[in-house]
Design a binder for this molecule. Sequence first.
Ligand SMILES: Cc1ncc(COP(=O)(O)O)c(C=O)c1O
Length: 394
Amino acid sequence: MKPEILRLQAYPFQKLAELKANSVPPAHLNAVSLSIGEPQHASPEFVLQTLRDNELRYGSYPATRGLEELREACARWLELRFSLSNVDPNRHILPLAGTREGLFSIAQCIVDSATKPLVMMPNPFYQIYEGAALLAGAEPYYLNADANNAYFADLDGVPQSKWEQCALLYVCSPGNPTGAVCSIDYFVKLIELAERYNFVIVSDECYCEIYFDQPPVGLLQACERLGNTEYSRCLVMNSLSKRSNLAGLRSGFVAGDANILESYLLYRTYHGSTLPVPVQLASAAAWSDEQHVQDNRDSYQRKFTLAKSILAPHWDIAMPDAAFFLWAATPIDDQAFTKQLFEATNVTVLPGSYLSRKTAEGNPGAGHVRMALVADEQQCTDALHRIANFMQKF
Ligand SMILES: Cc1ncc(COP(=O)(O)O)c(C=O)c1O
């Protein structure tokens, strides 16, 4: 067994199950989960129909590079969504079986830990970044993202010697769990650092379609702003899981630097995560339609408006820039809060410390909980009232 396996932490939801194991929630209240970020809105019918219409095509092995119509649909969506001018579906796009496997496997492909032993990531973070770094033989280097730096991963505190050792940096915008959106200037600064110290940026943008007013900017936009129209050293990952409520379809894509993608394609022919042909055709349909995405966004907006009005009198929580999480400071320890809330209300939230690591500057997830407003509007309203009521005891 690789010794690095022993360094992998239990997934946050396993820790949560252990925390709740001996707790008994009130029997008269139905259970509401705000812990897992799995969208509960309906999947678009036209996408499901495309799957059904193509069911005979499950018989053939799909190519790793994916169908031209899928890559074309992804490229056109990227160009429209981020005002890009140079996305070539044959060079700049590869399909992924969801961004999760892409975020993991890209590190296995590009990190040469003998020469560059660090992988940087925000803290708190999506746990795959950490596992990807460890199993690539690298050390995770945590960039704290807390209220002191507007929830952006802090770049200014990183010593030059660490930048020199950096092989790959993950950025997540809109951020999970904070909902913070990186500005174009922040992305520009990252690209300049990547050029100076020769590392790759992987921008996890899977929440970029869940926003309120302004569409979040993306890393490739910053590339074009800098005249980097070949997207050198830059990759973005996008997904249908949140945009189209298709988490189970396992469909996303990576876009950016053509040289990296050429090697990554070779890697992926061994890695073996291809998308079945009907899934690719259904995905192309989903990337080509905006109405269902707007409807989805409207529903999240209604829930956040409700959350603000229900919680504001009892809990001082800033609304996120985007995504579907509330990231709230707790009046007591985050695990104790989660357990007591569950025992009092049958509502489950996620302790922030399960999403972060302790650093010399402290643990930026501790003393917070993440609440994912993914349930339907009625359930969310119900849960929010119970939480508001619970907060009155503090
Ligand atoms: C920040 C972040 N990135 C990536 C993913 C993975 O999404 P998927 O593999 O469904 O595209 C998630 C899932 O919750 C996430 O929160």
